[in-house]
Design a protein around this ligand. Structure first.
Ligand SMILES: Cc1cc2nc3c(=O)[nH]c(=O)nc-3n(C[C@H](O)[C@H](O)[C@H](O)COP(=O)(O)OP(=O)(O)OC[C@H]3O[C@@H](n4cnc5c(N)ncnc54)[C@H](O)[C@@H]3O)c2cc1C
Length: 386
């Protein structure tokens, strides 16, 4: 297994991205969120440096690497306090799906722009009446001549205000009930009949979430990515990178919170020694560090399997990595807030807002319970309750 020890190239990428992250850091994020703006400056610079498209093919302007490299980018930006959530979506899901299943025209139209960050694509699968059960999605595409007419509703779709298009998961009219036979459509955000309504989230993040209402959105035949019949295989080509990248997002955030807590615990003294000398403070921080490191190992394994083309093996590992990272992140943030005592809840120290942000990694893109279900059924062979 080559992933156990990080290669020199990966180490170099890690430290270069960390340096970029440090130049922006948490203050940049806090300031930009307060202004209600997206993280455009960081996104643009990361794009120019080639970090947003490290996973995309070189012939389309990408770095020719894989999810292993892209996860390093997101983890390091997160560890610096300024994660770019749309990395999970635009290059990781949409870029991957288009580069694996898109037509030549779709590739040349989208990939160079997704790679340098000049265009951005959101991803929409979640529906109000389906939630974790994607087999219940009802967004339906019907043929009208050679065009498609797409109708449905989506919720919690991230970054639609920043996106030029959304990769929408729907079904064709012929396959609109029963087990999901998904079809993926590139839907421009300025299309007629496409409506986005912001959802008021308790999240201190630059990326907003939206409800989408699609009312007979007319799309040309070539809005369909890949094969109408390729179904779940094609969808999972995008969902495994999403899980791996969510793990990277969680590990980055956990590392950021932990670093703040360690810095504080080294200095803060209310008895004879700094609070970090008390094992009640030190040990949970050490445990949080161990849990984050273990989660990263699983994330690296998942990325390695995925990049090697083992979609099935990557599926199990990506789920486990997302689970481990989400749990490690929630615990690290909780312990970091606690370590700072009252300061853990002040705006000045900026950790309290991570309590809700960390929960995202437990819920999305697939909840903790659905991963435990997956492992119970797929890995352990236990029966299903639903
Ligand atoms: C910040 C944020 C950003 C998001 N961005 C996107 C995006 O860009 N695109 C997109 O498509 N979606 C996005 N989502 C949606 C996300 O993927 C869903 O919230 C997630 O899949 C869970 O679906 P749900 O919220 O409908 O919860 P539900 O499915 O209603 O689940 C609610 C609870 O019930 C539990 N549960 C459900 N079924 C079972 C079961 N069989 N066994 C045990 N427990 C069960 C779940 O674990 C959960 O705790 C985002 C969500 C958030 C919070």
């Amino acid at each position: 297994m080559t992933t156990l020890i990080e290669s020199e190239e990966h180490k170099a990428l890690r430290s270069a991205v960390a340096a970029l992250g440090k130049r922006y850091g948490r203050d940049y994020l806090t300031r930009t969120v307060a202004e209600g703006k997206p993280l455009t400056e960081l996104w643009t610079e990361a794009g120019k440096l080639g970090y947003l498209g490290v996973n995309l093919p070189e012939e389309y302007g990408g770095g020719g690497g894989g999810i292993a490299e892209l996860s390093i980018v997101l983890e390091e930006l997160g560890a610096a306090g300024s994660p770019l959530l749309m990395l999970v979506v635009s290059p990781a899901i949409c870029g991957t799906v288009i580069s694996r299943f898109g037509t030549e025209d779709q590739k040349s139209r989208w990939l160079p722009a997704l790679a340098d960050g000049t265009r951005l694509m959101a991803f929409g699968i979640t529906e109000p009446d389906a939630g974790s059960n994607s087999h219940r999605i009802t967004t339906t595409a019907r043929k009208d001549g050679t065009d498609w007419l797409l109708t449905g509703r989506k919720v919690f779709i991230s970054g639609v205000d920043m996106a030029d298009a959304v990769l929408i998961v729907g079904r064709t009219e012929d396959a609109c009930t029963g087990r999901l036979k998904p079809c993926l459509f590139i839907v421009p955000t300025d299309a007629e009949g496409f409506q986005k309504n912001p959802i008021d989230m308790e999240l201190n993040a630059a990326e907003k979430q939206f409800e989408l209402v699609l009312d007979d959105v007319r799309l040309p035949a070539d809005a369909l990515v890949g094969d109408e019949d390729a179904g779940l295989l094609q969808l999972f080509a995008g969902l495994n990178p999403e899980r791996i990248m969510t793990a990277a997002f969680a590990i980055g955030m956990g590392r950021y919170a932990l670093a703040k807590a360690i810095e504080y615990a080294r200095d803060r003294t209310v008895w004879k020694a700094p609070i970090g000398a008390h094992q009640a403070i030190a040990h949970p921080l050490a445990q949080a560090h161990i849990d984050l490191e273990l989660a990263r190992l699983m994330m690296q394994k998942a990325a390695h399997l995925y990049d090697a083309g083992d979609d099935i093996g990557a599926g199990e590992a990506a789920n486990m990595a997302k689970y481990a990272a989400g749990e490690a992140c929630v615990k690290a943030v909780d312990q970091a807030v606690h370590t700072l005592g009252g300061n853990g809840l002040t705006r000045e120290f900026g950790l309290a807002s991570l309590i809700t942000a960390a929960r995202v990694a437990r819920i999305a893109p697939v909840s903790r319970e659905m991963i435990l279900n997956y492992v119970s059924h797929q890995t352990l062979g236990l029966p299903k309750s639903y």
